[in-house]
Design a binder for this molecule. Structure first.
Ligand code: XBP
Ligand code: MG
Length: 238
């Protein structure tokens, strides 16, 4: 697509996004580039548990195709012929990781991606309803947004559905279907804002059109079918 045509398409999509009754945001990679903080938290948890595991960027990039931190740990453990961790071990390890993630975010923060704050503000000023649909946990969402948006951050979002609130994580549509049910809206009334192929698949399976903002770990994902693909939300004039 030529640059001129892409610019026209992006400008045209602005009105489509602005006319949606609700915007549903993914968290990791979409609101903020959090995955490097997650990766560091995983590695600190492995060290604290006495495991000689270390996930470098390439390994973590591959593991990110598995949605959910506990599922990711299990997938890595199962690369061995005889997995070494029980479900309880994995739950304990993930609790350590989540504690480290909160501490890392509290000490260093993780800024919102370009255009996110403006998009949230413009949507609110237009009376659009806002929601979150994510694979991560409520604790991680609060850790991130309490720093990035302040202690009253939750008042911005009408509903927040996290990974453990539903039976199946992305790319299953469960989190998006639960958001629609809680909002009492149909999929065509909403627009999802995502960063990954799994996230696009989850929204699409719920029938919700999705805008993709390319993120560091998912820049090469196949996002065919997205309503719009941009580098970040600052490319869409609100
Ligand atoms: C991203 C994920 C999460 C995070 C890690 O969620 O897949 O698993 O990588 O968080 P989304 P947890 O893009 O849907 O926001 O360790 O809490 O799973
Ligand atoms: Mg994401």
């Amino acid at each position: 697509m030529s640059q001129a045509l892409a610019a026209i398409r992006t400008a045209g999509m602005r009105d489509v996004i602005a006319s949606a009754r609700a915007l549903i945001f993914d968290v990791d990679g979409t609101l903020a580039e959090t995955e490097e903080v997650h990766r560091r938290a995983f590695n600190e948890a492995f060290a604290a548990a006495g495991l000689d595991w270390f996930w470098d960027r390439v390994t973590y990039g591959r593991l990110l195709r598995v949605a959910g931190g506990k599922e990711r740990i299990r997938a890595f453990d199962q690369r061995n012929a005889v997995p070494s961790l029980t479900f309880a071990d994995i739950a304990d390890l993930h609790r350590i990781k989540t504690g480290r993630y909160a501490a890392l975010i509290a000490s260093g923060g993780c800024p919102l991606r370009p255009g996110v704050r403006a998009c949230l503000g413009s949507a609110r000023s237009r009376g659009q309803r806002l929601a979150i649909a994510t694979t991560t946990s409520h604790g991680n969402i609060d850790a991130l947004l309490a720093v990035a948006l302040g202690p009253e951050w939750a008042s911005l979002f009408e509903t927040i559905v996290a990974g453990d609130d539903v039976p199946r994580k992305k790319p299953a549509p469960d989190v998006y279907l639960e958001v629609l049910a809680r909002l009492g809206l149909g999929p065509a009334d909403c627009i999802a804002i995502e960063d990954s192929g799994n996230g696009l698949m989850a929204a699409s399976r719920a029938g919700i059109p999705a805008v993709i903002t390319r993120s560091a770990y998912f820049g090469e994902d196949d996002v065919t079918g997205a309503l719009l693909v941009v580098g970040d939300l600052s490319e869409i004039d609100y």
